[in-house]
Design a protein around this ligand. Structure first.
Ligand SMILES: Cc1ncc(COP(=O)(O)O)c(C=O)c1O
Length: 472
């Protein structure tokens, strides 16, 4: 494809996307294809000679589109959102076209400088502690995912606890990390990768609101110390994946301070709520956290991937992850006056992700972002009240933000069937979880174009489908 063809095809793709966003509601939200249906339509072997773009694009539409689940549909209420927006896509396109690697400041200064700048903006936008600013002891960096941020935090915590010995000699099996039974599974993966071992991961029980029991955390840390082990990291969550529970960060942070244990706060989706000052209560206690991460790629209208990871003390992170092969040496790095983000993350190479985030913040403006977040929360709170006052349904967990967990009173099997029918029908897409062993439906509203009408319509469909099912 030469640049003139790129120009022509590029316009066509942008047109297609604009039309897609306008008409996305016509597709079943959850793809209805069967396993192997897509691959059966693809040639077994790659083309020997180059093909024209219209042929590729036609196959995209005919073969692949049916296999797409429409995360950008305003009727997508499953999991947590992974939303996007026009400004974000344009930023992503520019980033792909520039194709720069931002591993060192010197390999594309704007890539690093904009990232530092936008992450400082976010400290202000979310009311985060000043220690997360690049001008203080800490700073922020964009990672691909909250899972990567957890792993980086865990490695920094590991090295801080062992004064760098683990990086030299490997683990000796005495390091212990703490999460709640509701913490995202990414921390389990991090523990495996970092050589901590699943046996050294303590899952602390939760209270009736699915939040970590700080008293049990304290007791477990004491017991582990008494057994000669080395507690080194606690991960607390603002907005757990299953039910959106908020761990008691002030109490947990106090324990971590006293015990000299690293506190990582995972606010993957719900951190975005703090854009609106009235929801910053959920961030209470993070002034004592060692690290914090949230994903603009979930609820802040920025397409995947974009996780913002902040540390209070960048030296701890750098000590854990720094590498300096000869071929990366350069004057700017050696002057000490620039940031080289390669040392703040797991991979070496890095994309220019800050561009899309910058575009999103400028396109919506802080007040535009606040407005959407407030609306999403208000619509889900309204729905939660409607569900709670319906004689056949019950709400199973507190609803601090934009996720409600609920179920029909007719039990697990009924709710499972209800969910299957709703999703096969294709008008909306919800997922499930289990709370206290009980199967329930989850509805999370955070898609860029969702309106109150979409949320209300989902509720109408849920009630109608439940009535039909009951009548059978
Ligand atoms: C609370 C929480 N933490 C971490 C993650 C992992 O996010 P990522 O896909 O960015 O690794 C998720 C994903 O949904 C999540 O809900």
């Amino acid at each position: 494809m030469n640049t003139e063809e790129f120009r022509r095809n590029g316009y066509a793709v942008i047109d297609w996307l604009a039309n897609y966003w306008q008409t996305v509601e016509q597709y079943p939200v959850l793809s209805q294809v069967q396993p192997s249906e897509i691959r059966a339509q693809l040639p077994a072997h790659p083309p020997q000679n180059g093909e024209a773009f219209p042929a590729m694009f036609s196959d995209f539409e005919q073969v692949l589109l049916p296999g797409i689940t429409h995360w950008q549909s305003p009727n997508f209420f499953a999991y947590f959102p992974a939303n996007t927006s026009p400004a974000s896509v344009l930023g992503e396109l520019l980033s792909a076209g520039l194709g720069v690697q931002g591993m060192l400041w010197a390999t594309s200064p704007a890539c690093t400088d904009l990232e530092t700048h936008v992450l400082d903006w976010l400290v202000e936008m979310l009311g985060l502690p000043e220690k997360f600013l690049s001008s203080s002891s800490g700073g922020g960096v964009i990672h691909g995912s909250a899972s990567e941020a957890m792993l980086a935090a865990l490695l920094a915590a590991r090295e801080r606890a062992t004064q760098g010995v683990t990086n030299q000699l490997g683990t000796n099996g005495n390091l212990v990390a703490y999460i709640s039974t509701q913490t995202h599974s990414a921390l389990e993966k991090a523990v495996k990768i970092a050589g901590i071992g699943l046996q050294n991961l303590r899952k602390i029980e939760v209270d009736e609101h699915f939040a970590m029991r700080a008293d049990l955390l304290q007791a477990q840390i004491r017991a582990d110390r008494a057994a000669g082990l080395l507690p080194f990291m606690v991960t607390a969550t603002i907005g757990t994946t299953s039910s959106n529970a908020i761990d008691p960060i002030p109490q947990i942070a106090e324990i971590c301070q006293r015990e000299a244990v690293w506190l990582h706060v995972d606010a993957a989706m719900s951190g975005t709520a703090a854009l609106a000052p009235e929801f910053r209560y959920s961030h209470a206690g993070i002034a004592l956290a060692d690290s914090y991460a949230f994903n603009p790629h979930k609820w802040m209208f920025t397409n995947f991937d974009c996780d913002c990871f902040f540390v209070a003390d960048r030296t701890a992170l750098l000590k854990a992850l720094s590498i300096l092969p000869e071929y990366l040496r350069n004057q700017a790095s050696e002057s000490g006056s620039v940031i080289d983000y390669r040392d703040w993350q797991i991979p070496l190479g890095r994309r220019f992700r800050a561009l899309k985030l910058w575009f999103v913040i400028r396109d919506f403006g802080v007040s535009g972002l606040q407005k959407l977040v407030r609306q999403h929360i208000a619509w889900v709170q309204e729905l939660a009240q409607q569900i709670a006052s319906h004689p056949d349904f019950e709400v199973l967990a507190p609803v601090p933000f934009n996720l409600v967990c609920f179920r029909h009173r007719l039990g697990d099997e009924f709710n499972q069937k209800l969910l299957e029918r709703l999703n096969t029908n294709g008008k909306i897409y919800l997922t499930h979880t289990k709370l206290n062993g009980r199967y329930c439906l989850r509805l999370c509203a955070g898609q860029t174009n969702v309106t109150r009408e979409h949320v209300q319509h989902a509720w109408v469909l849920i009630q109608a489908e439940a009535q039909d099912l009951q009548a059978q």
